[in-house]
Design a binder for this molecule. Sequence first.
Ligand code: 01S
Ligand code: CA
Ligand code: ZN
Ligand code: ZN
Length: 498
Amino acid sequence: MEMLFLSLLSLVTIVKPVPLRPQASPTQQSHMDFSEADWEFAQEYLHNFYGHKSKPVRTKRTAVSDAGPDRTTALCDKIRDMQRFFGLPPSGELTQETMATMRRPRCSLSDAEPFGETIRWKKRNLSYRVVGYDNIISAPKLHRIFREAWRLWSNVAAIKFRRRNRKEADIVISFYNGDHSDGSPFDGKGGILAHAFLPGYGIGGDVHFDAEEDWSFNATGFNLFAVTVHEFGHALGLHHSSDPGAVMYPAYNFAPDYNLQLSFRDVKDVQHLYGVSPNFASQFSKNPPPRTPDKCDPDLSFDAVSELQQELLFFKGRFMWRKHPNFIETGITLIRSLWPNGVPLHLDAVYQNVERNVVLFFKGQQYWMLRQLEVQEGFPRNISNLGFPSRITSVDAALHFRNDHTTVFFTGHECWRYDEQQNRMEGSPALIEQQWPGIPSPIDAAVLYEGFVHLFKGSVRYQFDLSARQVVSTGPANDLLECKRHPGSEISSERITE
Ligand code: 01S
Ligand code: CA
Ligand code: ZN
Ligand code: ZN
C-alpha cells in the first residue's frame, strides 16, 4: 500500500516528462559526469529551495571527486530532502535524474516545503476546485461533502480551505474513469477507490476519485465522505497510518453507526505538520479525538472476551485483538474488518457455540447470531427470547461450556444457566458470590481458555479453577495479550499539545 502510494508521489515528475539523458549504466549516472557548472547549479538550487548553506563555490570538483565530491553530510541531506520531495530514490547522490529534475522549469517551491520525512504546504490558506464530476452527484451535494471533509482537518490544525470556481487552485478534485494519464489508472468497481498527491505544485495535492465506484452518502457502496477525509489527509501530506482507528489507515472502514471523526493519531500527525488550530482546545476539550486502545495500557479493560475457532478474541469498542496460537504478536484490528456491517460495536458479551457453529453477540437488550460471518435471519432478537425476565436489560458476560452444552450468563450480581440443547434457561438465577467464590460482581467478560475460566473486571483478570471452585490467580486484564513494547508504539504516553 505504502509503496504504491509513494509511487504516486513520483508521478509529480512523470506527468510532465522530464528530458532524461539515457541512463546506460549506474556509473554513468554518478556524480562523475557533472561539470563544475552543474555542481554550482545544484548547490545554488539546494541553497534556494532547501536552505543549503553552500561552501565557497570555487572548490575544485575534480579533486574532491576522488574522495567523493563535496560530500559534506549537509549537502547529501539536502539532496535527499529534494529527492524525497520529488519521489526520487532518496540516495543523497546527485544522479542524472536528480539533476534533470532540478533543471526542470518551475514556478518556485513556495507552495510546498519538505518537512522532516514528509512534505507540507508552506501556506496556511489553501484553495481547492472541483472539476469533472459528470453529474454523478449533484454539485451542491458534492460541495457540501468536500466542505465538511476539509472542516474536519481545519478544526484541528492551523490551516484553512477555500473553494474556487474558476481560478487555479492548489488542490484540484476530480472524478476519473480508468486511465486518466497520471500513470495510476483506476481499476473499475472496487480495489482502488481514490488517490491523492502529496503537497506540491501542479498535480501536487490533487485528489482523484474512481468514477466507477458506487459512491454513496450512507452505508451502501462506498461512502464518499469517509474516502474524501482520507484522501484530503494525503493532500495535506499525511501518509498511511498503521493505527486501525485512524482515518489514514489504508483500508476502507466506514461504519454507518460510527460518527466519523479524526482519531488521536490523525490529529497528532496533521498538527505536527501545520500546528494546532486556534480553537482546537475549546472545541475538543469536552470531546477529545478518540484514541485507539493500547494493549499495553495497564488500565485496559474489555467489553467481551470469547473463543473463536483457535483464537481468543478481546473486544473493546470498535476494536478487537486476536490471539492466535501460531502468531507471536496479538494484533489489534477493527471488529468490522472481520464481521460485516450489522454486527454491533461496543459489545456486552460474545460467545461461540462450536456445536452449532455460531457466534452470538450481545448488546443491550438485543442479541445477534452469526454463522460464517453472516448475521442469521431474524436477528437481532430480544434477550427475553432466551428466557430472561424483563428486568434484565443487558448481559455482562457469557461463558460457554461445550461439553455440558450450557452457557452461563452474568448479569449484575446474578448468573444464569442456559441449556443449549433444550434452548431454555435452567431454573432461577444464582448469586455470583455463591457460585463463583472470590469473583467480584458485576463482571465485564468471561471466557473458558486452557482449562480455566478467566473472568475480567476492570483492569483485573481472575483465573478460576472450576473443580476446586476457587480463584487460583489474579493479574492484569491485558496480560494474555502479552504486551511487548516496540519503540515508537507508546501511544498512551503521548499528549496533544494545546
Ligand atoms: N488512496 O488514498 C488509497 O489509499 C488507495 C490505495 C492506494 C494504493 C492508491 C485506495 O483506494 N485505498 C482504498 C481506500 O479505501 C482501500 N482508500 C480510502 C480510505 O478511506 N481508506
Ligand atoms: Ca476502483
Ligand atoms: Zn489519478
Ligand atoms: Zn490512502
